[in-house]
Design a protein around this ligand. Sequence first.
Ligand SMILES: NC(=O)c1ccc[n+]([C@@H]2O[C@H](COP(=O)([O-])OP(=O)(O)OC[C@H]3O[C@@H](n4cnc5c(N)ncnc54)[C@H](OP(=O)(O)O)[C@@H]3O)[C@@H](O)[C@H]2O)c1
Length: 320
Amino acid sequence: MTDSGWTAERMPDMTGETVIVTGANSGLGYEVTRAFARTGATVVMACRRTNHAKTMKGKILTEAPDATLDVRELDLADLSSIRAFADGFESEYDDLRVLCNNAGVMAVPRDETADGFELQFGVNHLGHFALTGLLLDALLETDGKTRVVTQSSGLHENGEMDFDDLQGEREYDKWDAYAQSKLANVLFAYELDRRLGDAGIEDVASVACHPGYASTNLQGRGPRQEGSILRLWMMRIANAVLAQSAERGALPMLYAATAGGITGGEYVGPDGLMNMRGPPSVQSSSDRSYDEVVAERLWDSSEELTGVTYDFRRSKSVSH
Ligand SMILES: NC(=O)c1ccc[n+]([C@@H]2O[C@H](COP(=O)([O-])OP(=O)(O)OC[C@H]3O[C@@H](n4cnc5c(N)ncnc54)[C@H](OP(=O)(O)O)[C@@H]3O)[C@@H](O)[C@H]2O)c1
């Protein structure tokens, strides 16, 4: 399905609604935040570097002085930070219309989170898995339809779940680890949607998306950590020549979060050249991402590793 020429101008008025965006201080997350702010929504900017996030909040306020932006600390590489964020949110907010699982790292040298998870799998997938589980009540208790949108990547198509070495302890390739984490994002988004459906919950939809190729800080982080000036320059040139703007790259997430035709279990990305740029549309993801056996196995591993279990029965929206 292509909603040709869809732009953020077509987002609904969201005055009074609350949205959480992870990684809201940079790149796509910043543009997603900016667009939601213009709709009148309260945007919780869930960020690791809160000082930088406050600077970026100030930038948005210069163009949208009435925007309501709440910077809150969230380090997805630390389960205690994720729990503290979720507790703080639940104690101060009554509802959650959209959760945007956006933050991520790409192709970085092997490192570990505070809880000993490989960094890319830990931040990109496990952190968001835990966050969503801890915010499930907020989504379920909000009147009307709510959505969880999880940012993947076209590179998920190269991904395979290596359950014998999920954390890359025996063998680590930074690109394979990224692709695995981004496949995990899609598997998670679909499995969450199936589990919500199985529990009879119709008011919460889970959707995956990808931005195509957008010029952000993502591409420079790995080369900088490796001290590779050559790779940094190659990334900069590729960004200048091939990438679309971060503003355009934010559109699939905004579409997945707000467009009327989205029901859950879809994958949204740019519709143009090689799905790297262009207006958002609903697309197919890789064959592996539809494997329900793999998705269930990933779910079980994620619950075990994070200690966060999803209890769908608590919902007042359950219809059976
Ligand atoms: N740009 C693209 O072409 C592209 C393509 C495919 C997929 N994506 C996906 O899009 C998402 C956003 O990336 P981007 O391109 O906007 O890159 P970006 O500009 O580097 O932004 C990434 C964001 O994630 C945050 N983050 C990283 N580690 C975190 C942690 N431990 N806890 C909390 N936040 C953390 C970063 O915070 P700091 O600023 O503190 O580092 C930053 O806000 C990622 O999931 C990425 O995989 C991007």
